[in-house]
Ligand binder design. Sequence first.
Ligand code: MRU
Length: 380
Amino acid sequence: MADQYALRTDAAGSPAPAALRWEEPPEGPVIVLLDQRRLPGEEVELVCTDVPALIEAIQGLAVRGAPLLGVAGAYGVALAAVRGFDVEESAGMLAGARPTAVNLAVGVGRALEAYRAAAKEGADARRAGEAALAEARAIHREDARASELMARHGLGLLDELLPGGAHQILTHCNTGSLVSGGDGTAFAVVKAAHEAGRLRRLWVDETRPLLQGARLTAYEAARAGMAYTVLADNAAGSLFAAGEVDAVLIGADRIAADGSVANKVGSYPLAVLAGYHHVPFVVVAPCSTVDPGTPDGAGIEVEQRPGNEVTEFPVTVPAPEAGAAPVTGVAVAPPGAQAYNPAFDVTPPELVTAIVTENGVVSPVTESALAELCDRSRSG
Ligand code: MRU
C-alpha cells in the first residue's frame, strides 16, 4: 500500500529533499519516496508499506535512475523481510520490475544474500530482516560515497579535456540527487564543475517522452543555482553545429563488459553528434552499473514502455485524490496511432570518450581497462 503527503516547497538554492529514506513509525517500517512524477510542481512523498506498492512506484517512475533503483530494491527486500512477506518471491518480483538498469537486480541480490546468510546462521526472520536492512543501508551509503568520488574524478577529467575557463556541458535525462544517495552521477560532476567556476552553462535535453530533463534536471540545476537552458532533444544538433557544446556528460543504466553503454533513449544520437563534432562524450556511472555478465550491447535488454507515453504529452496534475494517477497524457497523435517507445538506447564503446567511476577513469574505453577498474571494487 502507498500513502502520500505533501512536503513544503523550498526556494531555489537549497538541496532537493531526499529521494528515498527508510522510516520506522509505530505502525511498522516503511520506505518513503519523493514522488518524482510530481516534480517540479509539487514535492510529495509516497509512503510504501509493502513490496507491490514499491514495484508500482518503480514501474511508474515515482522512483527511478539506476543507482537509486539499486538502493530501492535493497530496501524493498528488507521491507518484505521485516514485515513478514515472502522474501524470495518479493526479491524476484523486485529484481524484474525494470529490466535495463542492472543496479536494481544487484541491489536486490545483495540484500537477499545478506538475508539468506543470516538465516543460514540460524537468525530468526526478524534478525535476518535486520541483516537485509543493514545491507540496504550500506548500499545507500556506498552510493553517496561513489557520487563524491565520481565528482572528483570527473572534474579532474574535465580539467584534462577542457583546460582552463568555464564550459558549456550538455546532459540528457536526470542524474542528480534524485537518482542517488549523494549528488548523483553525471550531475555530480556538473555540480562540482559549477562549484569550481568551470561551468558556463548546462544544456538540459528535455528528454522526451517523459521529460526527465525538463522536469527533474532543470529542478536540480535551479536548486544548485547553476545557469541552465532546456532544449528540445532535436535541437541538440544545431547547438553542436554552432560550437556551443564543449562536452556531453551522461549517466548509464547498464554498461556491458565491452563498454557499451545503455542509457535513456536519445543518448546514442548525442554520442554520434559528439563524435562528428569532436566533442568529448563522457559517461559517469558507479561500478555497480558495469555488468560483467553482459558481454556487449546486443546482450542488454532494453525496456519497452507503453506507446501512450509517446502519443500523449505528459502533464503532471496537482495532488490527486488518493489512488488517482499523478501524470495524465494530453493526446497529440490521432487515436489508435502506433508508437515505438524504447526507454533506453545503447552507445558502442568507440563513441564513448571516457567512463568515470568511483575508482577512476577509463579512457579509451576497453573491456580489459573497465574490468580492471571495476573488479577492484567488487573484490574490495
Ligand atoms: O527511465 P529512467 O528515468 O529511470 O532512466 C534514467 C536514466 O536513463 C539515467 O540517465 C540513468 O539511470 C543514469 S542515472 C545515474
